[in-house]
Ligand binder design. Structure first.
Ligand code: NPG
Length: 370
């Protein structure tokens, strides 16, 4: 049990090595909120996975900042002596806002684990010390450029290629990648850009030996996903639809997916992510760790999560160099066999480098105990 004395919020911006285009927009810079929580015993870091605009989810940086500074941080600062198991109760007066909540939930957990000298991986129940890495390839300007990017990533050792698709930029592109690489683990991610009226597209994709089709339909359409899953052989995977362990249970029981993408930031933090893992595992549904172009702070948490036993598919846990020329932390590197080491130090096991952090900071606000 410990007391939170201060919460420091920053907005940081890091240029991406190449623009990342999805069916909902293009990003050229990673801009996110980082929180540093100070307790009586230690400090801890949390990264918010919200983006600049509400394209992927309802949450976005400016809104998440208000939710944290206006409600969540004050609740934490006035909570008295607490442990990470109490955080759901401390935040119970704020509905939704899982990305904003995850920022502080994870930062508090990091501080608690640092104080206890325990790693996040150990806390979550990790069973591996290295995890298999995949890479997510944004919508390219041409098929040639896509093929070139894919070959580059395969040469680096990535074990699974995920292609972003959108209506009109799908079957032909995916087929070209499959024909050039008949044996690789290949998946596609639509970020909810289709409807059941696009059944022909899914039937065509179904012929391409894909590992999964991720989030084809609107995030609220669990029933339509179940209908689609019945029509095709390829496993559906859900991402945006899985906002909590309860939703994971509903999606699995409805037959809306056969694979779950777990993003700790999307479900309200690391402990809820573990509960999503447990629900899926109990139903024999494989999971993998999604990514949100995180800096080293979020990446460290993702790697610990991806080391749990149910994570049997390669995650979007790519090397720092896939995103940034200079990460906030020491760079995460992938071995030529396509695996990355799970951090072993206390808490998330990494720390932003002060000089790089200062360089990337756009906005800073400190909230102290009253
Ligand atoms: O490697 O971190 C990564 C990116 C993986 O494709 C990826 N993320 O829809 O899952 C997604 C997508 C994303 C990125 C979504 C950023 C929202 C923001």
């Amino acid at each position: 049990m410990t007391r939170v004395r201060a919460v420091e919020l920053r907005l940081v911006g890091l240029p991406l090595v190449r623009p990342f285009r999805t069916s909902f927009g293009v990003e050229t810079e990673k801009t996110c909120i980082l929180a540093r929580v100070e307790t009586d015993d230690a400090h801890g870091w949390g990264e918010c996975v919200a983006g600049v605009d509400p394209g992927f989810s309802e949450e976005f940086n400016a809104g998440a900042w208000l939710a944290i500074a206006g409600f969540l941080a004050p609740a934490l600062l006035s909570a008295g002596d607490i442990g990470s198991a109490d955080i759901d109760r401390v935040f119970s007066s704020v509905r939704g806002n899982p990305m904003a909540k995850a920022t502080l939930v994870n930062a508090f957990l990091d501080a608690e684990l640092r104080a206890a000298g325990r790693s996040l991986a150990e806390h979550l129940g990790a069973v591996q010390d290295r995890v298999a890495c995949g890479v997510s390839v944004g919508i390219a300007s041409s098929t040639e450029s896509l093929l070139e990017q894919v070959s580059g990533y395969l040469a680096e050792g990535y074990r699974r290629i995920k292609l972003k698709i959108e209506p009109g930029t799908d079957i032909e592109r995916v087929r070209a990648v499959r024909e050039a690489n008949p044996e690789i683990l290949l998946s596609v991610d639509a970020n909810a850009a289709y409807t059941l009226a696009d059944l022909d597209v899914f039937r065509a994709l179904d012929e391409l030996g894909l590992l999964m089709i991720e989030q084809p339909l609107h995030h609220e359409d669990l029933l339509d996903h179940a209908v689609l899953q019945e029509q095709i052989g390829t496993d559906l995977c859900l991402d945006e639809s899985i906002g909590s362990a309860a939703l994971a249970r509903a999606a699995i029981e409805l037959g809306a997916c056969r694979i779950v993408n777990i993003k700790q930031g999307r479900v309200g933090g690391l402990d809820e992510a573990k509960r999503v893992h447990d629900v899926a595992r109990a139903a024999d549904v494989p999971v993998w760790c999604g990514g949100m172009l995180e800096t080293g702070v979020g990446r460290a948490s993702n790697l610990a999560l991806a080391a749990l036993p149910g994570f049997t598919l390669p995650g979007d846990t790519s090397a720092s160099a896939r995103y940034f020329t200079d990460d906030l932390t020491a760079p995460f590197e992938m071995a030529p066999d396509g695996t990355m080491a799970v951090p072993t130090g206390p808490g998330i096991g990494v720390e932003p480098r002060p000089d790089r952090l200062a360089e990337c900071t756009i906005r800073l606000e400190r909230l102290d105990e009253e």
